[in-house]
Design a binder for this molecule. Structure first.
Ligand SMILES: [Zn+2]
Length: 129
C-alpha cells in the first residue's frame, strides 16, 4: 500500500511544511486550492500527501494526492476562474457516467446503534455483577 509511507502530521504542522516546501505560491490555509497541471485536478492542502524519506526522518516532500500523479509544488498553480470553469465542466462529464458506489452507502446506521447498546451503563453493570 502506498499509504504506508505517508507522513501524518497535524493540520498546523502540515501547513507549515507546505509553506516551507512550496516556495512558488503562498498557502494561507489547508483550504487553499491548487490546480495540478499534470493530472488536471483541483487539490486542496488537506488532500496533498506528505512523503518522508527512509525511516520517516528523511527530507519531506509533497506529492499530488491523485493516483498515479507524482507532480510537485511547482506543478500546482492557483486556479483561475477559467480553470475552475473547465474543471467543473469535466466533473460534470464524469457525473454522467454510471456510478456503482451507491452499494457502499446505507446499513452503517444499524451498526452504530448496536455498538452504542454495548457501551450502555446497564450493560457494564451487568458484566460486573
Ligand atoms: Zn496531479
Amino acid at each position: 500500500m502506498a499509504l504506508a509511507s505517508g507522513v501524518h502530521v497535524s493540520d498546523e504542522e502540515k501547513l507549515q511544511i507546505l509553506r516551507r516546501l512550496d516556495q512558488f505560491r503562498h498557502w494561507h490555509s489547508l483550504d487553499d486550492k491548487r490546480y495540478c497541471l499534470v493530472c488536471g485536478k483541483i487539490i486542496t492542502g488537506h488532500q496533498i500527501q506528505l512523503m518522508g524519506g527512509t525511516r520517516g526522518n528523511g527530507p519531506l516532500r509533497m506529492i499530488c494526492p491523485m493516483e498515479g500523479c507524482h507532480s510537485i509544488p511547482m506543478d500546482w498553480v492557483l486556479p483561475t476562474d477559467e480553470i475552475l470553469a473547465k474543471v467543473e465542466m469535466m466533473a460534470g462529464e464524469e457525473r454522467k457516467a454510471p456510478v456503482s458506489s451507491s452499494a457502499d452507502r446505507g446499513g452503517s446506521g444499524h451498526r452504530i446503534a448496536s455498538s452504542a447498546q454495548i457501551r450502555s451503563p446497564s450493560q457494564a453493570s451487568f458484566l460486573k455483577a
